[in-house]
Design a protein around this ligand. Structure first.
Ligand SMILES: Cc1ncc(COP(=O)(O)O)c(C=O)c1O
Length: 397
């Protein structure tokens, strides 16, 4: 191949293993862990050049670090984004992505079906700094349109939503946002980078809690923000550098290792979840099951158009409210009760008393979280064992 040939685009599974690797002079195979705060300069002139930006090397790990850079670059290649920045947690990613581009007097429109900490950012934190917000039913495009004001600068949504797995038409919402001169920010945690590509659908900023599937083994917190270079250079870069919600190099190293197996894990977890969804839906004690990928999903046509796979998450409601839901959770032996998701271990959550406990019952019911609802994050256990565990637990409802 000649030197001028364009580099061949690699498919996601290949990027997940090799993308962004930076090798030191030792030629190590596994990515090196640069557990260092700072970097030494050959002389004072070199330090000055680094700070001026004339020499692109590393300065201080609050700004950037080689291991963190490798994680960012791997994520950037996977997502097909112009730039990526890693931060300490998913919530640091949501908060930084919003605060970095907004100022007093601006207005945000967000879907009301949000993880409760994300609702805190939109409903309570931003207004304290003079940024007004309006919450809409994310599945109703007219509500997005009607909420726009001259000062609207950002739209924010998650899809599928936590925990009701509602799917929002990202392409249509992006069009409304752009007509209003606003940026669309998408929290893509539930879809994973494998099953939904918000940037290709028109989103401007994509966020992940890397704590979930990207680690996938319940070890550390992390977050990542992906966008075009203009947004990162004009807004995010300086905000992160000066305020410091940095990702630890150790966590970046763990997450790089997590990425290597992301495709195999998520594919297997999704296959098992689809099978368990059918089993759970057929149980007489189950009054409702929501799984993107089934024909009875409320937005099945949007799922078919914008997602390349379902999810490893499903939500279901049992007859008998909270007591029945607790009986199911307590009867599970292999599936553990926890609030994380995307883990190798299958986890069950009762959203109204845990992840969404902060909200009032009225708000929760407003987006479909009932007392009888459980959220299941399907792990890597043998699908037969999970099917047996869940069948026995549902019988206990
Ligand atoms: C949809 C969604 N967004 C953001 C977050 C926050 O991620 P983290 O816990 O890494 O801060 C979560 C965590 O549960 C989530 O489910």
């Amino acid at each position: 191949m000649s030197d001028t040939a364009a580099p061949r685009r690699r498919r996601p599974a290949t990027e997940l293993v090799h993308g962004g690797s930076l090798r030191s002079q030792f030629g190590e195979m596994s990515e090196a862990l640069f557990l260092t705060q700072g970097f030494a300069y050959a002389d004072a002139e070199a330090a000055e050049a680094r700070f001026k930006g004339d020499d692109p090397g590393f300065i201080y790990s609050r700004f950037s670090n080689p291991t963190v850079w490798m994680f960012e670059e791997r994520m950037r290649l996977l997502e097909g984004a112009g730039a990526a920045r890693a931060v300490a947690s998913g919530m640091a990613a949501v908060t930084a992505a919003m605060l970095a581009m907004l100022k007093a007097g601006d207005h945000v429109v967000a879907a009301k079906a949000l993880f409760s900490s994300c609702r805190y950012v939109v409903e309570e934190l931003l207004p304290r700094f003079g940024v007004a917000s309006t919450l809409v039913d994310g599945t109703d495009l007219d509500q997005w349109r009607d909420a726009v004001r001259p000062e609207t600068k950002a739209f924010f949504l998650e899809s599928p939503t936590n925990p009701t797995l509602e799917v929002i038409d990202i392409e249509a919402v992006a069009t409304i946002a752009h007509e209003a001169g606003a940026r669309l920010v998408v929290d893509n945690v539930f879809a994973t980078p494998l099953w939904q590509k918000p940037i290709a659908l028109g989103a401007d900023v994509v966020i992940y809690s890397a704590t979930k599937h990207i680690d996938g083994q319940g070890r550390c917190l992390g977050g990542v923000i992906l966008a075009d270079e203009t947004y990162v250079n004009d807004h995010l870069h300086n905000f992160l550098r000066q305020t410091g919600p940095s990702m630890s190099p150790f966590n970046a190293w763990v997450l790089l290792k997590g990425l290597e197996t992301l495709e195999v894990r998520v594919r297997r977890q999704t296959e098992t979840a689809a099978r368990l969804a059918d089993q759970i839906a057929a149980h007489p004690k189950v009054t409702r099951l929501i799984y993107p990928g089934r024909a009875d999903h409320p937005q099945a046509n949007i799922v078919a158009r914008q997602m390349q796979g379902g999810s490893n998450l499903l939500a279901f409601e049992v007859e008998g409210g909270k007591e029945a839901a607790y009986r199911v959770a307590d009867a599970l032996e292999i599936v553990k009760i926890s609030n994380n998701l995307g883990d190798a271990k299958s986890l069950v959550t009762h959203p109204s008393t845990t992840t969404h406990q902060r909200l009032t019952e009225e708000v929760r019911l407003g987006f479909g979280i009932t007392q009888g609802m459980l959220r299941l994050s399907v792990g890597l256990e043998d699908p037969e064992d999970l099917a047996e565990d869940i069948a026995a637990a549902l019988d206990a409802a």
